[in-house]
Design a protein around this ligand. Structure first.
Ligand code: KIV
Length: 293
């Protein structure tokens, strides 16, 4: 038999590799992830970037918003994902009030993602007004991705979860935000829910990679929330979501069938039982009989 062709060892995705992908116009696939088994599969599939988003507050913990998510919660989930991932570029999402209070706290919390979990970078929400914080974290040696457009931590200020930059004035503000983040040292920028033409302009005006979530095609890669794309979040489905699997009905069927089989005593069957070691049952029964006598 001919020897199996050796698969070339995949290389870990790094910031220079993301920049190379941008230069050769190779779109980056990026997903959120919150747990070890899912992260193993994403890494095996070759997804290039993974975000442990504070969206886990809604998708995993059942909160109505991302605001109750704390640093300690983020660290637990992020560390689980990092234990699984070998190749993808992993980004920790800075939760509400972990970077807004002072530059010192922002650096300390960004450092926790890197030191306690082993992320490759952190992401935070906000444009020009967050630029000094981006500068401070970057100067501390931690790569920061900026996130503008629909920034869920500011949903009350934004008047809800809705697309941003739909008129010329707010679009201009987003462009200025992106430029301020680049100027402050952000290694990349995420645009969430902004019109495709505005995303295209931002992509043309900044040199760093620009990724999009619901922001059209003219960017360097696409992010999706994993629970949206696998049909595991049923509360609402944003317009930009494409469903690649629908796991909820599959799991519901499995749980219902299991319940029925327990009730009808169809499960478990002898193949699911453990046997005692040879001759030990007889010994046990006679020992019990002697004790009773
Ligand atoms: O928390 C998250 O998953 C995010 C995305 C919505 C960009 O920040």
């Amino acid at each position: 038999m001919a020897p199996k062709a050796q698969q070339p060892e995949r290389e870990k995705i790094t910031i220079p590799k993301l920049y190379e992908m941008k230069a050769r116009k190779e779109p980056v696939s990026w997903l959120t992830c919150y747990d070890y088994p899912t992260a193993l599969l994403m890494d095996r599939a070759g997804v290039e970037m993974i975000l442990i988003g504070d969206s886990l507050g809604m998708t995993m913990l059942g909160y109505q918003t991302t605001l109750p998510v704390t640093m300690d919660i983020m660290i637990t989930f992020t560390a689980a994902v990092c234990r699984a991932v070998k190749y993808a570029f992993v980004i920790g999402d800075m939760p509400y009030m972990s970077y807004q209070i002072s530059k010192e706290e922002a650096i300390r919390n960004a450092g926790r993602f890197m030191a306690e979990c082993g992320t490759d970078a952190v992401k935070l929400e906000g444009g020009a007004r967050m630029a000094p914080v981006v500068r401070a974290i970057t100067d501390a040696g931690i790569p920061v991705m900026g996130h503008i457009g629909l920034t869920p931590q500011s949903y009350t200020q934004l008047g809800g979860y809705k697309a941003q930059g739909r008129d010329a004035e707010t679009a201009q503000r987003l462009i200025a935000d992106a430029e301020a983040l680049e100027e402050a040292g952000a290694f990349a920028i995420l645009l969430e829910c902004i019109p495709a033409p505005v995303a295209k302009i931002i992509h043309e005006r900044v040199k760093v990679p620009v990724y999009g979530l619901g922001s059209g095609k003219d960017v360097d890669g696409q992010l999706m929330i994993v629970h949206d794309m696998i049909g595991m979040f049923e509360r609402f489905t944003p317009k930009f979501v494409k469903r690649y699997a629908n796991l909820s009905p599959i799991l519901l069927e499995a749980f219902s069938k299991y319940r029925e089989e327990v009730k009808s005593e169809k499960f478990p069957q002898p193949e699911h039982f453990y046997a005692m070691a040879e001759g030990e049952l007889e010994k046990l029964l006679s020992a019990l009989k002697r004790r009773r006598a």
